[in-house]
Design a protein around this ligand. Structure first.
Ligand code: MG
Length: 393
């Protein structure tokens, strides 16, 4: 792992909740922001350009990129577009670290580009490791770059492992999960839940995709895959515990049955800053944890019959090859359809399960293998839903 504080950075997904907080922290720590990327929010990006004066920015949407170029004619910042622009911002010569907080599978190619250019990665894009785990980890090893987790659970485990001198003594990872907005509900209750209800997360304020993943618990399943790759642990040694308060961000268990946990208020400021300052720590903009006010911390096992996301992802990881990419692609597409009111809440995990049963896993030799599996899974989901709708008619 890297052993120097981040000095110059590119932030991919700079107008999302992680990106905005990361810029606040970079500003406070005096980290220079050399590159930014967004999907299409050019008005906020313009504010960020005027504030941080990056060398290059990238707008995924080509039309929005043209508009932005017009709006910032008085600035020196160069505006790029599309996936190539995203990759260029991910591999800027001047930066030492790339924070990838892009939402979804789009984040995979820029992660690989950044590693190729020998940048350390602060990783908040879990789909990168879910779909491309072996590819990303092998390349990172080969190029000698660090992948520092920004997901709260993985940062917690990373912090707990700081005192671990012998990896063999590690027995288990325990990922905590808030349970999302539908914890305790029955299948019947879930039949007619709305988009608005699903988007209301009890503890965290995040983007739409991850908030829905949190409601289905697929987010936790994706995090199990992410943890398996980051910490080289088998899926059977990763347990998930529901912890409604979101104060214990995850734990590890050693072979002497000692358990180490990382605690803090539910605020991404801690994991983002730790990825920037590792192995050091600096004062934070995040509130102190006052356990006397919280009083109770509760834990229970998840209901895997109602929320199938964790088990689906664990089986996909055990099958290996392209299967995690299939599950991830099917899920991204199903979440999109749910947000467009085209399928019901329960159909999200049902659809992902169907995709997993439909496809055979292939081995992964290159990025193309992953992109192909991802694309086929998305087409399957769209066609599957179309058939269902026809049946209803
Ligand atoms: Mg998380």
């Amino acid at each position: 792992m890297g052993d120097m504080m981040v000095e110059k950075i590119s932030v991919l997904g700079s107008t999302g909740s992680i990106g905005k907080k990361a810029l606040k922290i970079a500003d406070k720590l005096g980290i220079l922001v050399k590159g930014l990327s967004v999907f299409n929010n050019i008005s906020l990006l313009e504010d960020q350009i005027r504030c941080f004066k990056p060398e290059k920015v990238s707008v995924f949407d080509e039309d929005a990129a043209v508009k932005l170029r017009n709006n910032i004619k008085d600035c020196r910042t160069k505006v790029l577009a599309g996936i190539d622009g995203l990759c260029e911002v991910a591999s800027l010569e001047s930066v030492d670290t790339v924070l990838n907080s892009v939402s979804g599978m789009i984040g995979l190619r820029p992660t690989l580009c950044a590693i190729d250019a020998r940048k350390n990665i602060a990783l908040a894009n879990k789909e990168t490791l879910v779909a491309g785990g072996s590819l990303v980890m092998n390349k990172a090893r080969e190029k000698g770059v660090s992948i520092l987790p920004v997901d709260s659970e993985h940062s917690a485990i990373f912090q707990c492992l700081e005192g671990c001198h012998d990896k063999k003594s590690l027995q288990k990872l325990i990922l905590t999960a808030s349970g999302g907005p539908f914890f305790g509900k029955s299948i019947n209750d879930l039949k007619n839940v709305t988009k608005k209800e699903a988007l209301k997360h009890p503890n965290w304020s995040m983007g739409d995709k991850i908030t829905i993943d949190s409601a289905t618990m697929i987010n936790k399943g994706l995090e199990v895959i992410e943890a398996a790759w980051l910490f080289n642990v088998s899926p059977d040694d990763i347990e998930v515990l529901i912890h409604r308060e979101s104060i214990v961000h995850s734990m590890i268990e050693y072979n002497d049955n000692s358990v180490i946990a990382q605690l803090g208020v539910p605020d991404m400021g801690i994991p983002i800053q730790y990825a920037f300052t590792y192995p050091d720590r600096l004062p934070s903009i995040v509130d102190k944890l006052d356990l006397s006010k919280i009083r109770n911390l509760s834990f229970c096992k998840p209901d895997n019959k109602i929320f199938k996301g964790i088990e689906i992802c664990k089986s996909a990881l055990k099958i290996g090859g392209t299967m995690p990419a299939i599950v991830n692609g099917a899920n991204e597409e199903a979440v999109k359809l749910f947000l467009e009111d085209k399928i019901s809440f329960l159909d999200i995990s049902n659809t992902v399960e169907k995709a997993m049963n439909h496809f055979k896993s292939n081995s992964v030799a290159s990025l193309d293998d992953i992109l192909k599996a991802d694309k086929e899974a998305r087409i399957f989901v769209k066609e599957n839903v179309f058939r269902q709708e026809n049946k209803i008619c």
